[in-house]
Write a protein that binds this ligand. Sequence first.
Ligand code: GRG
Length: 306
Amino acid sequence: MAARSTTPHSKSHFDLQRFIQSRTALVNRALDRYLPTAKAKPATIHKAMRYSLFAGGKRMRPALCLAAAQACGGDEAEAMPLACAVECIHTYSLIHDDLPAMDNDDFRRGKPTNHKVFGQGIAILAGDALLTQAFEIAARCRGWARYSHQQIILDLAHASGSLQLIAGQVADLEGERKRILTRQLRYIHERKTSALLCCAVRLGGMSANCSPAQLAALTDFGYHVGLAFQVIDDILDVTQTTEQLGKTAGKDTKAQKATYPSLVGLKKSRKIAEQLTIRAFKALKMFKGEAAALEGIAEHLLSRDR
Ligand code: GRG
């Protein structure tokens, strides 16, 4: 893999598997604490929220958030509410994305989609509730000398609002069955995928009271990793099975959606994902060895098979 040759850390120095496993366990425990219990009334909505949240997501956004805090010398526990808030927003977006009025999918995270189990009304409300819950959780962070509560909440709201995450989804919906250019595809990827991923990285840095230069580097890293993530997602959609992905494979082709593989082919798409990852590595130069977890995750996201 081309990206590996530019990675300053070999896998022998950093145990990524261990990092991901341990942080996933911590994030799951924190999410369980932050959310109302499944018995809290009305139980249906809390069961539905928990159903999708604990369905087996890869937890890559929280991992990136915690890794960014680590890279800036912060305490990962301080970043935890922000890591969990991003995961709640991500899960809400998946629940809504799967609805019949959107991407109409029956399968997500290896299980029937939320609306298949709870019905469309509850699925819409579960998504809404997770979005709201995210801001309640984020409000629990303490705020830092350089980054106030207000700035943290603004960052999260901007990434998930109508100029970013939602804008990407709108362009995605409107682009179906249309011929679009790579420039327009990049616009969609920047918003529907990269914005929230980048926000996770930025919030991790902010929780460590990072310097403005560090925040700029993390933003650069998050932007490029986010784009690479979606290119790989497009590739996996046409190369993997539904069982491997835990979500319906081949959906993009069926919906006649423009993707990197459909526009430039699989080989060039892989090259683009590698180049974006190399670009992301370069952004981490200033961390001089403190960003091993971020580098490891970026490399893992490039070579992932689900
Ligand atoms: C407001 C009605 C309404 C809908 C919002 C914003 C939105 C719907 C959907 C977001 C669009 C979307 C699904 C983008 C794709 C991002 C992506 C590649 C998600 C998959 O992420 P993974 O692979 O998933 O990290 P897991 O399940 O592992 O967490």
